[in-house]
Design a protein around this ligand. Sequence first.
Ligand SMILES: C[C@H](O)[C@H](O)[C@@H](O)C(=O)CO
Length: 427
Amino acid sequence: MKKYLAIDIGASSGRHIVGWKEDGELKTEEVYRFPNGVVEQDGHLTWDIDALEKHVRTGIDEAMKIYPEIGSLSVDTWGVDYVLMKGGEPVLPCYAYRDSRTETAIPKVHEQMSFSDLYRRTGIQFQPFNTIYQLYADKLAGRLDEADSFLMIPEYLMYRLSGAESHEYTNATTGGMVSAETGEYDPEIIRTLGLPGRFFRPLQRPGSVIGEYRGIKVMLCATHDTGSAVEGIPMEGNELYISSGTWSLLGVKTPKPLTDAGSEAANYSNEGGVGYNRYQKNIMGMWLANRLRSELCPEKPWDEITAEAEEKHFDHLVDVNDPVFLAPESMKAAFDSKLPHPPKCTAGYFRCAYRSLADGYRRAIEEIEQNTGNRYRRLYIVGGGARNKYLNRLTEEATGKQVTALPIEATALGNIMIQIKNGGEKA
Ligand SMILES: C[C@H](O)[C@H](O)[C@@H](O)C(=O)CO
């Protein structure tokens, strides 16, 4: 029985999950898990890409010990970030998206092409960490002159395994340089910003085999983790979804990108899917609670935290998408700066975070229904955040949608399903 290996890496952790079809059913087993996190280096936030590579290799060793018959593997990670390459070797550091190095680049990009023009062309939300601003910051720092190309994180890790460079479509779309019309890098954007043309190759679709590692086919899944997550949601019909991890990605599948003024004003993104468009929005997500916990009560179990948050009576809300929450020194101080007065106790901060997240979901869904002209009945929630029963209830109450919370590894499932579909088996 053929086995498939998904390597799914998020901002805070990674996992190796083996999957196979048995009596028509998809079976999975997690064989390796490892931590991830940003590393401060010379005053910048970076990823320890060498450590990630080591974990990727160790996890494959573990998987092959248990399942020597693995036929293919694929890596997916968070979007936007990349590694510059020179002569087949990485040009480090590998910057992390919460680093503030794009501050000067953003206005310089918009002087040459306004955000509205970029949006009309790509349909990608404004986020200070979009690859377009990171590459322009590298240009201003003279880092592009010495580089031959750039590889998004999953493609870099698969290059290290197979020696094959690749540029996968769903992940490339997170960068803000791919034409919503052609699904390829937009030459007008590249030319206008004076970015090196040699960097931007034809994009490859999920399911493409790019090489081999120890006899295992290396295949491109939807290497943008959210792209695989949406593939992995066992959804009936076309309903709303939240991929809930460090970020909450709330969206819906649409046949085509929506790049109209209403979508721009609501800062909706149109990221590539597997045969459809992901009309979705970044919402600050579990990052808020994760940072509050590491600052205020690192040892406290999550069940206790949510139970206390449910009991307390602090009902002020914050706008969870306020930039103050993206990479604050202190998350507590960030909340205090946006509240009329601070909560009297720690639980009050978590209550505010969860109730504000649910309110953020409510507003985002109103925008989706406004901009798509459709009404949706159900909301599927997948990923680690789907385990939070208190937030699921708040979300159902705030949005009026029937919430189906599935604390499943939807990203790894989607990764495996794409491999199965393109591995000659019926998915
Ligand atoms: C920067 C975020 O990671 C990105 O916008 C988001 O789509 C993602 O990749 C979540 O894992």
